[in-house]
Write a protein that binds this ligand. Structure first.
Ligand code: GLU
Length: 275
């Protein structure tokens, strides 16, 4: 992420409208007052955000997005989904191309300098996928010297190389589905990212891959919102709270990951706070 983005966000002006009941960025109303919403989701991650043959989107992130939209007063007919890559997530929010991003988007300190995050609505864990039959990788330390693929704009390789000091060779492709293709073809040794993402690819081709099952991070999935929209962020947090209270979150986790073998956590995550 460039300094330009950080400077842009730092310079974003807040206009407090009227009695302060409603917060508005210059020229951009809060999503708390929206009648339509454009929402960025992944287009190539089965179980999370996947563009279907009819051009629609399906997955856990998509269903969570629809629940939040409805809680904000926007019905299904008022929601438009657009596919975003990891690399595009900040830009589309900052530029106002989308109102929300629900795209396996981990809350990080660096990202919080340019966008706001509601949630997290789920806490995933980073794990490792290798080819079926590969017994050389049993933990993150075994990625030393291995060709490790990540989707551009993702934080997953940092978690291995910078944070854990494991000297893997970083290979980048536009998205995780490209990495999965490289893994299947033997062009890379491993794909390490969130367990929910890896479980989705594994379920699509169980004979090709092996999930190492050695989780080593907490990936707090946030709802990306324009940085200045605090009222919108708080409204999103109320929606997520309700989603856990009324049983929808547990139901959606079972719906999308019930057969994955993952031990999904159905208790409400601790929120980060909007400011
Ligand atoms: N959740 C991680 C991240 O936001 C990896 C997956 C992704 O890039 O979508 O960096």
């Amino acid at each position: 992420m460039g300094l330009r983005r950080v400077a842009l966000a730092a310079g974003a002006a807040l206009v407090l409208a009227g009695s302060g009941a409603c917060t508005e960025a210059v020229g951009r109303p809060s999503i708390a007052d929206a009648t339509r919403l454009v929402i960025g989701v992944k287009a190539d991650q089965p179980g999370l955000g996947l563009r279907t043959e009819d051009g629609d989107f399906a997955g856990f992130d998509v269903d969570v997005a629809l629940y939040i939209a409805e809680e904000l007063g926007v019905p299904r007919s008022g929601v438009e989904f657009v596919g975003v890559t990891s690399q595009e997530r900040e830009d589309v929010l900052i530029d106002g191309d989308v109102d929300l991003v629900l795209a396996t988007y981990s809350i990080t300190q660096l990202r919080k300098t340019v966008v706001a995050f509601g949630g997290p609505y789920y806490v995933a864990r980073q794990d490792i996928l290798v080819r079926a039959g590969d017994t050389t990788v049993r933990s993150v330390a075994d990625l030393e010297g291995k060709l490790l693929c990540q989707g551009a704009g993702s934080n997953s390789a940092n978690r291995v190389i910078e944070e854990r000091g494991v000297d893997a060779v970083r290979i980048e492709r536009p998205s995780y589905s490209d990495c999965i293709d490289l893994l299947a073809e033997g062009e890379v040794d491993a794909v390490s990212t969130d367990d929910l993402i890896l479980a989705g690819y594994l379920e699509a081709a169980p004979e090709s891959f092996h999930l190492v099952n050695a989780p080593f991070t907490s990936e707090k999935y946030g709802v990306g919102i324009a940085k200045e929209d605090i009222a919108g962020c708080e409204a999103v947090n109320r929606a997520i709270t309700r989603m856990y209270q009324d049983g929808t979150a547990a139901w959606l986790l079972r719906k999308w990951f019930g057969d994955s073998g993952l031990d999904v956590n159905t208790s409400v995550p601790q929120f980060e706070g909007c400011t």
